[in-house]
Design a protein around this ligand. Structure first.
Ligand SMILES: [Zn+2]
Length: 118
């Protein structure tokens, strides 16, 4: 380092700063993507476990006449799942959209993964 001239040092510092900026920018992008995946799910789970969410589920279950929205088999309210037609992983903005929610049996809800059901 002591052999380097001041302009060289400034140059090196400048390059390092640019690199750091790039790394920070990509980290920010990654963080935003992770937030997009997890926050809507956590929000949905809070709603699902709330008095409001439970009341909605009960009402929707009656509207579906006690049938799974996907396989159409008769299901029990207890143990049934609130499933997303368009999965949160692909449509985080629809995590709490009532039009995107339906009641399904656990088998259907778990096996459908990221498949889109309408
Ligand atoms: Zn089903």
């Amino acid at each position: 380092m002591s052999d380097s001239s001041l302009p060289e040092l400034v140059q090196t510092l400048f390059k390092s700063t640019k690199k750091t900026d790039k790394i920070l920018a990509s980290l920010k992008k990654i963080t935003e993507r992770i937030d997009g995946w997890y926050e809507p799910r956590a929000e949905f789970e809070r709603w699902r476990d709330s008095v409001e969410g439970k009341a909605w589920k009960c009402q929707k279950f009656k509207a579906q006449k006690g049938l799974c929205a996907i396989c159409k088999e008769a299901i029990e309210l207890k143990g049934s799942h609130i499933a997303h037609r368009k999965p949160i992983s692909l449509h985080p903005e629809l995590a709490l959209s009532i039009e995107n929610l339906q009641i399904a049996c656990p088998d259907c809800n778990i096996s459908k993964g990221s498949a889109i059901h309408t």
